[in-house]
Write a protein that binds this ligand. Sequence first.
Ligand code: SF4
Length: 371
Amino acid sequence: MKVTFPHMGQAYLAIKGLLDDLGIEVVVPPPITQKTLEIGTKLSPEMACLPLKINIGNYIESIEKGADTIIITGSCGPCRFGYYGVVQKEILNDLGYDVDMIIFDPPNSDYKAFIDRIRRLAGKNSWASIAQAFNRASTIVKEADEMLDIALKKRAREASRGDTDSKLYRFEREVMGKHGTREILETIRKYKVILSQVEENPEIWPLKIGLVGEIYTLIEPYVNLNIERKLGYMGVEVCRSLTLNEWVKVHLSLDIKHRVRHKRILKKAAPYLNLCVGGHAWQTIANSVYYSECGLDGIIQIMPFGCMPEIVAESILPKVSQDYGTPIMTLVVDEMTGEAGYFTRLEAFVDLLEQKRRRRADEYQESIFRG
Ligand code: SF4
């Protein structure tokens, strides 16, 4: 069995480590490029969501490298993600690829099915070694996200432009040569230290922008045109509402404290939206309210073209913006998105936030003079 999976940000670190530990041969898909997108777009239904198209591109590139089994996480409706796995399998079968697909639905309602699938994947490994490998993989998810958070803070303040990214680039090259969760974790820990030593310019006072929206678009840098890097270079510190670690904690872990916190934030959406309409639209509204209450300078919603849940959220966000006075902008991405227009909108939004902050500072000074 040669197992592959779709890319989604740094998920490959934990999945590769886990499969290595279980003694399963793993084919890490090549990094997403224009070619991946072109393959996926050509072979998927025109109206399919952008993440599905890129997944298909990942699979084909991995199958060409010898993969014969695909693992993906599943979900229930009401949006199209509910039948992602089935549709993807049909597409591959129609194209004549004879691959096995193991879909891991969140175990919330059916633990038995979840456990059966793990057994199917893990073969003869003992439950103890499976549990340990899962545990270390979830630590990778947590620490890789912590590493990214350090990078987000540093990039906005770095004394020498590009310093943070050159270290992240070195990390990506180094970690690909590692085998198993232990080696991958060691590398992440090493680079957490390296990144925290990036020199800062004390004169930089970054704006803070929260990113909300559809989870794949938020987490996969190729799809969001590396928005975190672009904002960082504009001197903006990015706060991420959805991360892999957050997803794992909510869906796979028994961390009660985190689940309670997650529910408390979801409740913040109640005046605007009080039920799941698919995807992460509910979280988009809740996190926008939360970020507004925290006093962030602005919020950006990112979503794939035609994403139904996020369209619902988009129609509600102007009311949140009006109620809290927080500027909110929506960016839609698809296979035709051009960098120039996208970045012009980003720059205009950051300019607006800077002006707003200057105006507030001037008003504050005036009020001090007036006594
Ligand atoms: S959340 Fe949006 S992009 Fe994701 S599957 Fe649902 S409709 Fe498609």
